[in-house]
Design a protein around this ligand. Structure first.
Ligand code: OGA
Ligand code: NI
Length: 359
């Protein structure tokens, strides 16, 4: 068994799975009937909230540059509530719009390329990176209505350039810049979070110093039976923080709140941030990771870019020590390697990762 899980670990949670049909190609065929493997009978009965007044908090990060500046305290308090009560928020005035716009452009161009060109960067069985589908582990499993390109831009020395598209030709330089800007922003957010949790920033920062950053570009084709499929099945992110950007204006992200799906209305140019499982564990449950999914549109394609920030491979994952002085730890502390193994095995037996970590 040991050997088996080690092998699977290389595939990770995000990709590197049993090869299945390319959904973009499938969707372009003018299908009468959607193949049964994509049809999810359960989703039609799940309640989706239509009241648009219920929206995730909006955080203006330009008010959080330096402590004491006008509006700082209020915005910091808002951030705490956003992390605690929602696990999701939209970040505005982040100052990296140009980089984001460039990244959106190369992402759109990549998915527009002919299939022969895109599959030059296809996943291979021994790797988690590349173009393909997220984590397909069995021949019976239901499939998501979407394709993706997953890369690990950080740590830099471990980059696997074989999977980095050279077409469009500015893809690599654009992703390189995007990766470093998003990493910088996530460190800033970790610092702010540490203030809100009442701990020293170094405690969190040291865990993310050698951050593993994954970037997943999602492509969800339109589907004539959009109400019966999902673009990305319900999940929580097994990371610290996820920074998600909507590439075009087609909505699709929904979060679970009080057992109902709440559609997120992205503000143009904003970054949607969410608390991942690792952050839930590190905060000893003060913050929680939230289940979310992506639905697809009947007529329009949808694209998004998710950037996952996880602790470096040498780190340990557990409640931050300072938080356990007065409170008992609610989660186990384990090595990142064991954590990765847990991600895989809990996916394989369909259990929630967080449940395995709870004491
Ligand atoms: C993800 C994710 C949502 C979206 O990639 O983990 O949740 O809207 N994406 O594409
Ligand atoms: Ni996600």
């Amino acid at each position: 068994m040991e050997e088996n899980t080690d092998e699977i670990i290389h595939r990770s949670e995000y990709g590197g799975s049993i090869p299945v049909d390319n959904v973009q190609a499938l969707a372009s065929k003018d299908l009468k009937d959607i193949p049964i493997r994509y049809i999810r009978p359960e989703i039609e009965s799940e309640e989706v909230l239509t009241d648009e007044s219920l929206q995730i908090p909006v955080i203006d990060i330009s008010k959080l540059i330096v402590a004491g500046q006008p509006g700082y305290d209020d915005e910091l308090a808002k951030l705490h509530v956003a992390c605690k009560d929602w696990g999701f928020f939209q970040l505005i005035n982040h100052g990296i719009s140009e980089t984001i716009d460039a990244m959106k452009e190369v992402t759109k161009e990549f998915f527009k390329l002919p299939l022969e060109e895109k599959i030059k960067y296809a996943q291979i069985s021994s790797s988690i990176e590349g173009y393909g589908q997220a984590f397909v582990v069995s021949q019976e499993q239901k499939l998501d209505w979407g394709d993706m390109l997953f890369l690990l831009p950080l740590p830099v020395p471990q980059r696997n350039m074989r999977f980095w598209p050279q077409n469009p030709n500015s893809f690599r330089t654009t992703l390189d810049e995007y990766s470093s800007k998003l990493y910088g922003l996530s460190i800033k957010l970790f610092e702010l979070i540490s203030i809100n949790l009442g701990i020293k920033a170094e405690e969190i920062i040291k865990v993310y110093e050698k951050c593993t950053q994954g970037i997943r570009m999602n492509y969800y084709p339109p589907c004539p039976e959009a109400h019966k499929v999902v673009g990305l099945a319900p999940h929580s992110d097994a990371t610290g923080l996820t920074l998600l950007v909507q590439v075009n204006e087609v909505q699709g992200l929904q979060i679970k709140k009080n057992s109902k799906w709440v559609p997120i209305k992205p503000i143009l140019g904003s970054i949607i941030v969410n608390i991942g499982d690792v952050m839930e564990i590190m905060s000893n449950g003060e913050y929680s990771s939230i289940e979310h999914r992506a639905v697809v549109d009947f007529e329009n394609e949808r694209l998004s870019i998710a950037a996952f920030h996880s602790p470096g491979i040498e780190a340990v994952i557990g409640p931050l020590m300072e938080l356990c002085k007065e409170k008992t730890p609610k989660y186990k502390t384990i090595d990142v390697k064991d954590y990765l193994r847990l991600i895989i095995t809990s996916k394989l037996d369909g259990k929630c990762l967080i449940d395995h970590m709870k004491i």
